[in-house]
Design a protein around this ligand. Structure first.
Ligand SMILES: [Zn+2]
Ligand SMILES: [Zn+2]
Length: 423
């Protein structure tokens, strides 16, 4: 029986810099090539010596952040959905800008981002690609952000076929913005484990908590600052907040990405609803508008979702100590980020000056995750019904907890960073 070799260059026992090598026969394929954002600057995955092609699951930086470096080195074909490529350029440029502004040495420059676009092959979902006579693959909607994909590979050797499913980041239940992922059967599963040790609360309850929290904040004359991830979460929040009747200010990169998504209606569950939700939104374009936003009771949806930078820092400084106002954290807060610091210790560190800022606002954490929680992950594994599975994209505790389940239903691995496993 032939073997496939997997190499875990990143995203093993960690959330960040996802990067997985697949080697079979003479072929060498890489799936995702991201960066890991830390307070000390970005961390990068190692890269293989040789590469035939690269497949990108989706446009978050922990999956796409190092693609320009990869392309510069290998000049190999890159595959993903069209919207993922478009969004990845925006995020790579922004990431480069931040790296330069922090005085750190970047891995690539603006020209490298343009160069990588030459290698891009945009694919539709379920479009089969024959990489060579032994390996084919297709992308399947992952329900995580617009354009996100799972990768289903068929590897054939010695007259035998193995199906490999890489989930990327996945959500198998509907949100207001996106339809749920439908998972196929596979022999080998490479599964994300972000919430491997946690169950998501009921989505409708979360929406109600947000609406109630926002209304009570505005009712007492405060500002509801909603920390939002630009890609997917911002649009989901706008869909939830649309009927409250208060001014909604939209600041940061979420605005640009909302405009871009409206150009790709086929990736959205209901484009009309999103168009309607943004009709009355106030698009913040300069500091004067920011001052206006905090002068009146208002809802401010702003990046960054983990408070690592962006205009949200302005609002937190401006509203510091205002007991009427509330900051809502709306998703996973990676260890050591400002968002996690705020949840655990009540302060953040100014990304510019490095000074501690005691926020003094009401802090609410609401889990609007774009990832499957433990219950959905268990169902996913049952539906894929693999013989072997690898748990990736999770903190060690999360992978180990989920592994207690997966090891009961199949042969289960929690690979170490930079390890290789043949199965
Ligand atoms: Zn993601
Ligand atoms: Zn991710």
């Amino acid at each position: 029986m032939f073997k496939i070799r997997f190499v875990f260059y990143g995203g093993a026992r960690e959330v960040g810099r996802s990067c997985i090598g697949l080697e079979s026969g003479e072929s060498s394929i890489l799936m995702d090539c991201g960066i890991k954002l830390t307070p000390e600057g970005p961390e990068y995955p190692n890269l293989p010596d040789r590469l035939d092609c690269f497949i990108l699951s989706h446009a978050h930086l922990d999956h796409c952040g190092m693609v320009p470096t990869l392309y510069k080195r290998f000049l190999c074909p890159l595959y993903s959905t069209d919207i993922s490529f478009d969004i990845s350029h925006i995020l790579q440029r922004d990431s480069l800008k931040i790296t330069l502004s922090e005085g750190l040495a970047p891995e690539y420059d603006y020209d490298d981002i343009d160069l990588a676009a030459l290698g891009e092959n945009p694919l539709g979902y379920k479009q089969r690609v024959e990489l060579n006579e032994n390996i084919s693959f297709k992308l399947i909607d992952a329900g995580h952000i617009p354009g996100s994909a799972m990768v289903l590979l068929e590897v054939e050797e010695e007259g035998e076929t193995k199906r490999v499913l890489y989930t990327g980041d996945v959500k198998t239940s509907d949100t207001r913005l996106l339809k749920a992922a439908q998972v196929p059967k596979a022999d080998i599963l490479l599964c994300e484990s972000t919430y491997g040790d946690r169950f998501h609360p009921d989505r409708a309850e979360m929406e109600n908590s947000l609406l109630e929290g926002v209304e009570s904040t505005l009712g007492r004359g405060g500002n509801a600052v909603v920390a939002s991830f630009a890609l997917g979460r911002t649009q989901e929040l706008l869909l939830i907040l649309k009927d409250l009747g208060y001014p909604v200010y939209l600041d940061g990169m979420g605005g640009d990405l909302t405009k871009l998504m409206l150009q790709y209606p086929r990736y959205l569950r209901d484009v009309k609803a999103l168009k309607k939700a943004v009709e009355d939104v106030i698009w913040v374009e300069h500091n004067g508008m920011r001052k206006q936003a905090v002068k009146e009771p208002s809802i401010i949806v702003s990046t960054a979702g983990m408070l690592t930078g962006g205009p949200i820092i302005y609002y937190l400084k401006k509203l510091q100590g205002d007991a009427r106002s509330t900051i809502f954290l709306t998703g996973y807060q990676v260890e050591e980020t400002n968002g996690r610091l705020l949840m655990d210790k009540g302060f953040i560190v100014d990304p510019r000056s490095g000074r501690r800022i005691d926020i003094g606002l009401d802090v609410r954490y609401l889990d609007f995750s774009a990832h499957d929680g433990r219950r959905q992950l268990e169902q996913l594994v049952k539906d894929v019904d693999p013989g072997k599975c690898f748990l990736l994209h999770g903190d060690p505790a999360s992978c180990e907890s989920f592994g207690e389940f997966t090891s009961q239903v199949c042969e289960s691995f929690i690979p170490e960073l930079n390890s290789a496993v043949e199965v």
